[in-house]
Design a protein around this ligand. Structure first.
Ligand code: FES
Ligand SMILES: [Fe+2]
Length: 437
């Protein structure tokens, strides 16, 4: 449990907040490149860390992410003219380049230098392997982009999607490092009825429903081992937590790996980025189930509300509290634990039902919450240091290559040191996937 003050510290990410400062020290995934398909095309509203932003692809094909509202009198640049390497406000014609700098001010006399003093928030972003990233921090020279395997592979080996979830980022992320819910929320009533290569691992979830946790801190975050006793051995499901908001889910057999980035949209909503990737071959529909549709064990949402012009308006799932997340109450009795179709929607239903910002002074944490307790402590230590004006060393900054790791599900003898024994699974080796259980 946290005190109400700690809960505030953990969950608030707007400009000037301690957690907001921490988040702004890191790169944030902002867009899929395909969301801005053409130079001088239609712009997009997006929200990151509570800031109202506008993304556009300029005449040169480069992406800009700038404050949405014109510095003159606040009209939305969403309605602006995307022309000649800038967004021009259609109210009085002020124009901004992709760094947010005002470059033209036709409403002022030609000799005026007023425009030189006007700059919106601007985060001219790089694109890598189909994703647009932004750095919203204070450094003139930002750190290197994190070497996440899923964000660097050829497009046919990595499938990346996003969705908006109506809950605070930490609440959503905590589900991503909580192995014990897999044996319940995401399970069939009897996982022996499952098919596919993940069946054996899924069955182990139900053989031992109370994993013991061991956690090792690394330069970039923490490695979380969840240990289950099965068949006279230990079945280790090993998760990665990478600062500030990435997790990796242990794979099954030789199937694709899965991971998330839980990017704070504002205090009460999160952009859940989801990646499925296979280091050794192109993804195969129907084989890599994590890649596939709702109702399976896939981790991507594919069914969205009709797109709206609001921020991130293409990424609101159709399944929501308003329709009970399509919970089938009959199937809950006969087939699966939750009755809700689809792993990500099962997560969303639980995490949104806690309220947008759960008051953690009401919770009762047990042994199965060890990873959550550990990671929270790490965040809070850093946020408290930032709040008191210190400059703490931030994990993951200045070690971008260290992000090139994986999660794993491995069977080990009971006397084997798990972290050392699992290294060949955990270090990403180009073109090779060590088989999990
Ligand atoms: S409000 Fe944009 S130019 Fe006046
Ligand atoms: Fe989950």
């Amino acid at each position: 449990m946290l005190t109400p003050e700690e809960n505030e510290l953990l969950t608030r990410v707007g400009p000037g907040t301690p957690m907001g400062l921490l988040m702004r020290a890191y790169w944030l995934p902002a867009l899929l490149s395909t969301e801005l398909p053409e130079a001088d095309g239609k712009p997009l509203r997006l929200r990151l860390l509570g800031e109202h932003l506008l993304a556009f692809r300029d005449s040169d094909g480069s992406v800009g992410v700038i404050g949405e509202h014109c510095a003159h009198r606040g009209a939305s640049l969403y309605y602006g003219r995307n022309e000649k390497c800038g967004m021009r406000c259609v109210y009085h014609g002020w124009k901004y380049d992709r760094s947010g700098q005002c470059v033209d001010m036709p409403s002022e006399p030609p000799e005026s230098t007023f425009k030189d003093k006007i700059k919106l928030a601007g985060y001219p972003p790089p694109e890598r392997s189909g994703m647009v990233w932004v750095y919203m921090g204070p450094l003139a020279e930002p750190p290197a982009l994190p070497a996440l395997e899923w964000a660097m592979l050829p497009r046919d080996q990595s499938h990346i999607s996003k969705r908006v979830q109506q809950a605070n980022w930490a609440q959503v992320l905590e589900g991503g490092i909580d192995s014990s819910h897999g044996g319940f929320l995401h399970s069939m009533l009897d996982n022996a009825n499952m098919s596919g290569k993940q069946r054996r691992g899924y069955m182990f979830h139900q053989v031992d429903t109370h994993p013991r946790y061991e956690i090792v801190d690394t330069a970039y975050g923490s490695v979380i081992g969840a240990r289950r006793s099965v068949e006279g051995k230990y079945y280790w499901r090993i998760y990665q937590f990478l600062m500030p908001f990435y997790t990796m889910i242990p794979p099954y057999a030789d199937l694709a790996l899965g991971g998330h980035a839980f990017v704070p949209r504002d205090d009460e909503t999160t952009i859940v980025w989801t990646a499925t990737w296979h280091p050794a071959r192109p993804l195969q529909e129907g084989v890599d189930e994590r890649h596939s549709a709702p109702g399976t064990h896939g981790i991507h949402v594919t069914d969205f509300l009709p797109p709206s012009p609001e921020a991130d308006g293409a990424w609101f799932p159709r399944a929501s509290r308003a329709n009970d997340y399509f919970l089938d109450w009959a199937k809950q009795k006969t087939e699966r634990m939750s009755g809700i179709p689809g792993v990500p929607i099962q997560d969303a239903a639980m995490q949104e039902s806690m309220g947008a910002i759960y008051d953690r002074s009401n919770e009762h944490l047990g042994a199965s919450d060890a990873a959550i307790i550990h990671v929270r402590r790490r965040w809070l230590r850093l946020a408290k240091a930032l709040a008191s004006g210190e400059q703490p060393a931030l994990p993951g900054i200045d070690c971008a290559p260290a992000y090139n790791v994986r999660s794993a599900g491995v069977m080990l003898d009971t006397d084997q040191p798990w972290f050392e024994a699992a290294q060949k699974w955990l270090q990403a080796e180009a073109g090779v996937l060590q088989e999990s259980v």
